[in-house]
Design a protein around this ligand. Sequence first.
Ligand code: F6R
Length: 243
Amino acid sequence: MQVVICRDYAEMSSRAAHFISERVMRKPHMVLGLATGETPVGMYAELSRLHREEGLDFSGLTTFNLDEYCGLAHDDPRSYHTFMADNLFSHVNLNPLLVHIPDGAALDADGECARYEALIEAAGGIDLQVLGIGMNGHIGFNEPGTDRNSTTHVVQLARQTVEVNQAKGGYDTLPGSAMSMGIGTIMKAREIVLLASGDGKADIIKNALEGPVTPKTPASILQTHPSVVCFLDAAAASRLSKR
Ligand code: F6R
């Protein structure tokens, strides 16, 4: 695992975006796994700028997002479909036919998860997966205790996750369940980029990167992946002892 400690959020976002853009230029038809949440917003802004000002071409990429809330229509302002449209998809030249997010509105949620997993397989697997990390160590929406071999599945969200995400989005309500790539799905990605910023993530980053590998801290499994790069700002890295 490689850990890149950046001065601040802006540098973290820029370095992560340049890392991805280098991969895209090297393999224009790559399969890119995407995350939502506050952390990658700056990275998406920089990727959008690289497209606008430097011609970074997204047209050959296939993308798969990690997760989506159950029961939300695609145009619901709280949905990850809306988040991705606002923060990336409407700013770059991705081919809409090659963009994938679990369909949270699907009536058969388990069937949708199986379909999604099969689509990832059919695309040849994920070349590079972007991850954030939850306060409880979740990756995707894989909450503590999730099986390390899990594939895309329906998740009952931890109360803390719902409360944190409601507060961040300023929402009165959010669904208590979601569809998420599993830990097994994520671990099959050939390369992983983990982003974390802010003091609030310092303890969980220390546990995940330097603590025991345990399902209690889902992100700790990344210690066993052969190719992970963590982009952290100084605050998120502040409790690492091996800096
Ligand atoms: C989002 C996701 C989550 C977030 C995590 C951190 O697709 O899968 O694991 O990455 O909850 O969220 P932020 O970045 O808002 O702190």
